[in-house]
Design a protein around this ligand. Structure first.
Ligand code: SIN
Ligand code: FE2
Length: 213
């Protein structure tokens, strides 16, 4: 698909109290972000984790930062090491940290200092069912989520799984920040449609920054 809008300045779209989409906010540095994802995944490859219920996740994951999120038969947890390789997660690149700090501030959450970055890779058909991010210690800290590559439909719901959801298309360079009264809202990603993105190929990538501890 031709990128006709790359000149467009970023703009904000409120989602709910404490939640906002910063459209195209990461576009000017997308190539550097994708190169860093490539380097991190060369050290700690993307894996399809198995949930405590025994399901293989369709989204492939890796992490960088002091802590990484993963799941296995024992549950969901943040760890300092990759349970598969036994290695520490690669450090969080300054480029990642600065983007998360700046954009959290723009969304009204100053002083954000993430210690974990989950990197999700979606292939066609991959999805993330509605869930809450609630494995973090300090729920006053927001989530910063950066979308790269193929577009996907993000669902943003309420505080019960069955609540109505908003559906918004997240495109290359879009950032969603949610915290405060929206911190525990259910959210998810509908199955990815196949396509080829000029910078990211057949995938969608998502960086999810958290303050885990
Ligand atoms: C997540 O909830 O961890 C990821 C959401 C996304 O891929 O946009
Ligand atoms: Fe999440």
């Amino acid at each position: 698909m031709l990128d006709l809008f790359s000149e467009e300045a970023p703009w904000q779209e409120p989602l709910a109290e404490g939640a906002v989409i910063l459209r195209r906010r990461a576009r000017d540095r997308a190539d550097a972000l994708l190169a860093a994802i490539h380097d991190i995944s060369a050290q700690n490859p993307f894996e399809h984790r198995i949930t405590p219920g025994g399901h293989r996740m369709s989204v492939a994951m890796t992490n960088c930062g002091d802590f990484g999120w993963s799941t296995d038969s024992r549950g969901y947890q943040y760890t300092e090491q990759d349970g598969n390789s036994g290695h520490h997660w690669p450090p969080m690149p300054a480029l990642f940290r600065e983007l998360a700090q700046q954009t959290a501030g723009e969304a009204g959450f100053s002083g954000y200092n993430p210690d974990a970055c989950l990197i999700n890779r979606y292939e066609p058909g991959a999805k993330l069912t509605l869930h809450q991010d609630k494995d973090e210690k300090d729920l006053r800290q927001p989530i910063v989520s950066v979308s790269l590559g193929l577009p996907a439909v993000f669902q943003f719901g309420g505080f019960e799984r069955g609540d109505a959801t908003q559906r918004v298309l997240l495109e290359h360079g879009d950032i969603v920040v949610w915290g405060g009264p929206s911190r525990l809202r259910y959210h998810g990603i509908l199955p990815l449609k196949a396509g080829i993105h000029p910078q990211a190929g057949a995938f969608r990538y998502n960086l999810t920054f958290r303050r885990a501890f």
